[in-house]
Ligand binder design. Structure first.
Ligand code: DX5
Ligand code: ZN
Length: 228
């Protein structure tokens, strides 16, 4: 693996959790070794689905000290950055495609005391990040079209992950490359080989037939085999 970060982090996406037991499920993921908790915010505008807002982030803040990785799939994300920061987000990612003044929005995220990420849809090229790569802590490479959990990993995104890893190496920046969508034991290996170091996984963890800990173990097992 060519990541500048030494370990691969796993960020369970609560989109696939049982919302009637959200606190307990997040605790279970934490106890099973989750590194971050990924929170998918959708507005029914940028993506064709509506999920959750700052209230859920605030509730999660009371149950875990893990990094809350908030992925805003919303139009005009600048209008909500402060609300998510106040609710307890540690890292806020906005979509490049939803942000005409991305530089300003990233500055706003930092000023609010959070780490700043940019998410890119499958059609958006790596080079679109060239001018802001040194301003960000994370790039979220969408490996499905955003909007729903349980979709299949788009293999064509592997070359983009590799291009981004090279771009980050060229500027000697410490930028996480997160992959989001369709991650399971098999696709996790592809993503890590290409240069990703943060794996978002919803269905593979929260919908694993043997439970959350088993889902985490399967992913960790695949990564351990990869790093051998
Ligand atoms: C999709 C979301 C993903 C999603 C991943 O729009 O950004 O985080 O929850 O879910 P799985 O792992 O089920 O593909
Ligand atoms: Zn996400």
């Amino acid at each position: 693996m060519t990541s500048s970060f030494n370990e691969v982090l796993i960020a369970p996406s609560i989109l696939a959790a049982d919302f009637a037991q959200l606190g307990a499920q997040v605790k279970a993921a934490e106890e099973a070794g989750a590194d971050w908790i990924h929170v998918d915010v959708m507005d029914g505008q940028f993506v064709p689905n509506i999920t959750m807002g700052p209230l859920v982030v605030r509730a999660l803040r009371d149950v875990t000290d893990l990094t809350l990785d908030v992925h805003l799939m919303i139009v005009q994300p600048e209008n909500y950055v402060q609300a998510f920061a106040d609710a307890g987000a540690d890292l806020i990612s906005v979509h490049l495609e939803a942000s005409p003044h991305l530089h300003r929005t990233l500055q706003q995220i930092r000023d609010a005391g959070c780490k700043a990420g940019v998410a890119i849809n499958p059609h958006t090229p790596a080079r679109a990040l060239q001018e802001i790569i040194t301003m960000i802590d994370l790039v979220n490479v969408m490996t499905v079209n955003p909007g729903f959990g349980g979709q299949s990993f788009i293999m064509d995104t592997k070359s983009k992950i590799a291009q981004l890893r090279a771009m980050i190496g060229d500027v000697k920046a410490d930028v996480h490359i997160e992959v989001d969508g369709g991650i399971n034991a098999e696709t996790a290996s592809h993503a890590v080989q290409a240069g990703a170091n943060v794996l978002v996984a919803g269905s593979a963890i929260f919908k694993h037939e043997s439970g959350i800990a088993a889902g985490m173990d399967v992913l960790r097992g695949a990564l351990a085999a990869e790093l051998e």
